[in-house]
Ligand binder design. Structure first.
Ligand code: ATP
Length: 325
């Protein structure tokens, strides 16, 4: 069997706030192959960012804690590494871009210097080589070299996100984690940034974990998709498997809440989902209250993961019974 670039095994992460424990991630298993782009899709509070921060070794402790699980990167267990060791991987081999580029860029350094600094830190090259690399990265993301000496406030939101992508890819990482990279951008700029990500993915062969609540974005960039609900992966498969043959009622609910195709761009528009109020859920129920098929068994027992076809996994009693969502 081909080795995966990233394997997340039985990840459990909790936050303790005011003495209350929140199970943000509850037993997640995920794999990403070399060069694969996986979309992690779910509503607000589903546990997407917590999953990403676990891979980066950045769960804030306290209030967060990785209770159990293992993260294997390129054949090596990285969960539990000392911070000094993690730093060698983070920013070099695994990089992350966040939803809001303004909070990630240093306002008192020029954008060129920021890219060059990352290169120098991780590629251990000369200052001149780092500057040359920074210029090339700026040009790759469509920013002219004359803007090397400009500061973040001189760039528009879309441009700043391009700078973030340039920084994230400057050391040719094997894995890029992008947490809602286009959410803060308007629709036209979103499309340009997605196009750029597709181009760079092909050029560098970087694998990607793309976090989003937008099934339209996934359709444009990803090879495969994992649907996360209340800290659990409820469906996982290739794009054609999931988009062509939805198995889980919750995934179906996400598709149902998508507006029609945007006629102008033929692009699916964003869905803005909200997590249901936990008090609306029957005790122990893992399903969405919208699920029309929720049975008594669903309410009391955790369904097993069923592989309905090779690579297409579903956590649902209905899938086991071969039922339709
Ligand atoms: N630093 C924190 N302290 C306390 N609780 C947290 C913290 N970070 C996340 N949580 C809780 O963990 C759960 C999962 O949050 P997470 O941010 O991972 O979800 P998400 O799917 O990324 O949501 P969003 O799309 O809003 O970013 C939520 O209930 C959230 O309130």
């Amino acid at each position: 069997m081909e080795k995966n670039l990233l394997e997340i095994k039985n990840l459990v992460v909790q936050y303790v706030v005011d003495g209350e424990t929140v199970e943000a991630v509850n037993g997640i298993d995920l794999e990403i192959g070399y060069g694969e782009t996986l979309g992690l899709v779910g509503e607000t509070g589903a546990g997407k960012t917590t999953t990403a921060l676990s891979v980066m070794g950045l769960i804030p402790n306290p209030p967060g804690r990785m209770v159990s699980g293992e993260i294997i990167y390129d054949g090596r267990t990285i969960s539990g590494l000392k911070e000094k060791e993690y730093r060698k991987i983070r920013g070099g081999e695994i990089t992350m871009i966040f939803q809001d580029p303004m909070t990630s860029l240093n306002p008192v350094m020029t954008v060129g210097e920021q890219i060059a600094e990352v290169v120098r830190l991780h590629a251990k090259c000369s200052r001149l080589e780092a500057v040359e690399r920074a210029v090339r990265m700026l040009e790759l993301v469509g920013i002219t070299s004359e803007r090397y000496h400009q500061y973040p406030h001189e760039f528009s939101g879309g441009m700043k996100q391009r700078v973030m992508i340039a920084i994230a890819l400057a050391c040719t990482p094997k894995l890029l984690i992008a947490d809602e990279p286009t959410t803060a951008l308007d629709v036209t700029i979103q499309a340009q940034v997605l196009e750029l990500m597709n181009k760079l993915k092909q050029e560098f062969g970087t694998a990607m974990l793309l976090i989003t609540h937008d099934l339209g974005v996934v359709a444009e960039v990803c090879d495969s998709v994992a649907i996360i609900y209340a800290g659990e992966i409820v469906e996982r498969g290739s794009l054609s498997q999931v988009y062509g043959g939805v198995c889980h009622p919750y995934t179906q609910g996400l598709f149902d809440s998508l507006p029609d195709l945007d006629e102008e761009s033929e692009r699916l528009k964003t869905i803005q989902g909200m997590m249901p109020d936990p008090s609306d859920l029957p005790r122990g129920c893992k399903f969405h209250p919208r699920c029309p098929n929720c049975t008594d068994q669903c309410k009391t027992e955790n369904p097993p993961v069923v592989e309905v076809e090779p690579g297409h996994k579903v956590k649902c009693w209905l899938a086991q019974e071969g039922g339709e969502p």
